[in-house]
Design a protein around this ligand. Sequence first.
Ligand SMILES: NC(=O)C1=CN([C@@H]2O[C@H](COP(=O)(O)OP(=O)(O)OC[C@H]3O[C@@H](n4cnc5c(N)ncnc54)[C@H](O)[C@@H]3O)[C@@H](O)[C@H]2O)C=CC1
Ligand SMILES: O=C([O-])CC(=O)C(=O)O
Length: 340
Amino acid sequence: MFAARQSFNIFQKRAFSASASQASKVAVLGAAGGIGQPLSLLLKLNPRVTELALYDIRGGPGVAADLSHINTNSTVTGYNPDATGLRDCLKGSEIILIPAGVPRKPGMTRDDLFNTNASIVRDLAKAAAEAAPDANILVISNPVNSTVPIVAEIFKSKGVYNPKRLFGVTTLDVVRASRFISQVQKTDPAGEKVPVVGGHSGVTIVPLLSQSNHASIAGETRDALVNRIQFGGDEVVKAKDGAGSATLSMAMAGARFAESLLRAAQGEKGVIEPTFVDSPLYKDQGIDFFASRVELGPSGVEKIHEVGQVNEYEQKLLDACLVDLKKNIQKGVDFVKANP
Ligand SMILES: NC(=O)C1=CN([C@@H]2O[C@H](COP(=O)(O)OP(=O)(O)OC[C@H]3O[C@@H](n4cnc5c(N)ncnc54)[C@H](O)[C@@H]3O)[C@@H](O)[C@H]2O)C=CC1
Ligand SMILES: O=C([O-])CC(=O)C(=O)O
């Protein structure tokens, strides 16, 4: 279920009172960054997280010391990139969130981050494959359409790839979609469910308004709404004017996804989130990863939902998405082949 009301309110209601029944270590790589800090804060407030491990190339222990004073039961430890820091951080983790890397500046696309972030994600993936091969890996670092295939290739090269445990975090796209549609329709965003499929950049982000509560939205209103959902990230990059991209809304989205995985791991049924995964949906067209609604379970991916019925307008969006997505995925795969 990906109604914001359900997943986020459960988390808020339990946050300060309930105690977790099961040990769950969660690691954040890039924990001192714009996303890493508020994401770690939200994880510290989540009673399902019993151990929080924070790694960054600089500042991990400081963020950890700060968060460790919050009066929830979880332990918080910060790690530096010394001899065993990353390995100790990763060891025993059930979930590893990766927001490490550089964000966009105005005028850049997410793909412009590839040259810097590809090697950062590759190296973190190598460490994760060695220290925590069974963990759920949640990739936030952009370009997600390429960084997720990079992680997959690294895990394959180490012989530990489990497609059910690798997730590109696209939650922010549905968070935005439900908020933006509520602003147009003057409704409560918590009650809005807008499936968003494809990938996580520009035209690869495909909102399916025909499957929302407002299937009749058409014309310029629809075009403007679809454009805002596809390019919501640019809106924030522009407003931050060189100081980065979405961090606070992304932290909320990442925390929600982690919470959903933990709920599913702890036996809750019917937990569904949109996410960019190794998917059968377009493999016949040579596209190995695709974001759609995914039911989560104790083994990670439980069931990948079909895109479902789309109208002619959405089919055109999907066609454009698939062209770019294929190139983005191939770029990640080629990078690891050339730079193992
Ligand atoms: N998936 C999504 O929906 C979203 C993804 N992003 C992406 O998330 C990434 C992070 O964004 P911000 O937190 O705003 O950037 P930031 O620059 O504020 O933080 C990044 C952190 O990563 C750390 N870092 C760099 N190299 C590292 C390494 N090798 N190991 C560990 N840590 C390392 C830095 O020291 C820094 O603390 C960017 O690539 C951005 O594009 C941002 C928003 C939404
Ligand atoms: O736009 C960016 O660069 C960051 C991002 O992925 C988003 O906000 O969706």
